[in-house]
Design a protein around this ligand. Sequence first.
Ligand code: MN
Length: 200
Amino acid sequence: MAHELPPLPYPYDALEPHIDEATLHVHHDKHHAAYVNNLNAALEKHPALFSKSLEDLLRDLGSVPEDIRTAVRRNGGQTYNHTMYWQVMGPKAGGPPKGAIADAINKAFGDFDTFKTKFSQAATGQFGSGWAWLLRDREGTLAIEATANEGCPLMERKWPLLVIDVWEHAYYLKYQNRRPDYVQAWWNLVNWDEVNRRFK
Ligand code: MN
C-alpha cells in the first residue's frame, strides 16, 4: 500500500496566532505532500517494500536497496517527521506537561523550565534545516537532540517523543529570520497528551 498524506489533525487556522494558516497550507499541502509522493515514487522501484511500515523502513535503512536508500531516507524521514510534528501540536495546548512525561522530564532535566531552555537552545542552535527532539535513547534515558535535514531518531533506533520543525519553511512566512520567536511561540502549541501517549 502506498504511503498516504494524513490530513492535518485540526483546521488550518487552529494554531493561530502562533503558526499562521498560510504557513500550514503550504507546509502540509505542498511540502509534506511532496515528501510522501517522492517516498512512494522511490518505493515503486521495489514494490515489495510497500508492505513495510514507515517506522520499520527508517529503523532498518540498511536493508533498503542501495539504489533507493537515499531517497527513502530523505523522503521517508521527512514524511515521518512531519506527521509527528502535526500530532504533537494542537489548539488550546501548551503550558507545562502533565502525567508521566512531566515526572520523567523533571527527573531527567531538573524541572520543566530547564528542559524548555535546553530544548529551545537545540532548536534555535541547529545550523540550517533540521529538527529538535525530545527522545528516549537506546538506554531508555530521556535526551534532547537536534538532527539536520531529514534526520529522525528512528534511524538510530531511538524513540521520538516530541519534535519541532526548524526548517525555514515552517516559520518563514510569519517570522522570517526570527527562528527564536517561532520556537518561543511554539511552546503554546505542545500537545502533551500526544507526548504522553508516545512515552507509554
Ligand atoms: Mn517542514
